[in-house]
Design a protein around this ligand. Structure first.
Ligand SMILES: Nc1ncnc2c1ncn2[C@@H]1O[C@H](COP(=O)(O)OP(=O)(O)OP(=O)(O)O)[C@@H](O)[C@H]1O
Length: 297
């Protein structure tokens, strides 16, 4: 059996406005998939369709090779964009209640709740009413609620928003553990530095269409323009006149430059060596932020 959550040709309109077009990508078991796109790109709509909160106009969502059913989705964990906890319940009551609603027996629901609240750093506040918690702590409770029933698949809409750096680190390690146990984890985020740290695979959406999808390594190889760093002993301004070279940054003997696809990096290196010692010459790996900019511009 393949642990793949698959979206295939999903379209969705609101009125006469099409907000998703032919959205197709896979989320693999055991991998963290970052879902990134600008405001209004279609991430939340896509996640709602995965969870069956919205229906697609066309296309299909499947899990392990079969179309998703209501029962199948019951075993998913979802952190919705609109955080909907009951303000008059305590965090512990709320998370336990949601565990029971997802079919856990009372003892397991309580045990999982206690473990998760401790894990997300909410143990001491677990018996406070949710409305008295800070927004960040409510967010921690919401994360615990999404995980309490040991979901087969995790779909998390902006799980890191509003969390302080310590809570981000905690959540990163909790999600990594779930992924390591074989769970596919799809999470959206505007924090590209977190995505850089966390994701194995990346899906980039713009204007309702998938612009790029694949492993980080694949996308880095496919989209990052070849960029190099050169450090020599004297001014490297001569690079300006080197065929195929576009200078990105020059600081005396240190230069960053792009190279045309048909240009030879070794020729640039030889040109540098002909002028004196070369202290560093290496390709620069593009960051996710750079890939994002390139595929969405
Ligand atoms: N219920 C709705 N009715 C009408 N338009 C909607 C509805 N839900 C979403 N949209 C529109 O669909 C588009 C995609 O919205 P969506 O919330 O999926 O984007 P997003 O990528 O999650 O954005 P953000 O990063 O700002 O949360 C937007 O233009 C939005 O205004």
């Amino acid at each position: 059996m393949t642990s793949v959550l698959r979206l295939d040709g999903v379209d969705r309109s609101f009125g006469d406005r099409q907000v998703l077009r032919d959205v197709t990508f896979d989320v693999h078991g055991g991998r963290m998939t970052g879902f990134v796109g600008g405001n209004g790109a279609g991430k939340t709509t896509t996640m709602r369709i995965i969870l069956g909160v919205l229906a697609p106009d066309r296309g299909e969502v499947s899990w392990q090779g079969a179309p998703l059913t209501r029962d199948g989705r019951h075993r998913f964990g979802y952190l919705p964009e609109e955080r909907g906890l009951y303000p008059k319940m305590t965090a512990r009551e709320q998370v336990t209640y949601l565990g029971r609603l997802h079919g856990l027996d009372a003892a397991t629901a309580r045990r999982n709740t206690d473990e998760l609240l401790a894990r997300v750093g909410l143990d001491a506040r677990g018996d406070d009413l949710l409305e008295t918690l800070s927004l960040g702590n409510q967010q921690r409770a919401q994360v615990a609620a999404a995980l309490v029933h040991e979901p087969e698949v995790l779909v998390l809409d902006e799980p890191f928003s509003g969390l302080d750096p310590t809570a981000v680190d905690t959540l990163v390690s909790v999600l990594r553990e779930r992924a390591a146990a074989g769970v596919p984890v799809l999470f959206s985020s505007h924090q590209l530095d977190v995505v850089e740290r966390l994701c194995d695979d990346l899906v980039i959406i713009a204007d309702g269409a998938i612009r790029a999808a694949g492993s980080r390594e694949e996308l880095r190889a496919a989209y990052g323009q070849p960029r190099y760093t050169l450090v020599v002993d004297s001014d490297a301004g001569w690079l300006r006149d080197q065929p195929g070279v576009t200078l990105v940054d020059l600081d005396g003997p240190r230069a960053v430059f792009d190279l045309d696809a048909d240009a030879d990096d070794q020729q640039v290196l030889r040109a540098a060596l002909a002028r004196g010692p070369v202290r560093a010459f290496h390709p620069v790996t593009p960051t996710i932020a750079e890939i994002f900019r390139e595929v969405t511009q």
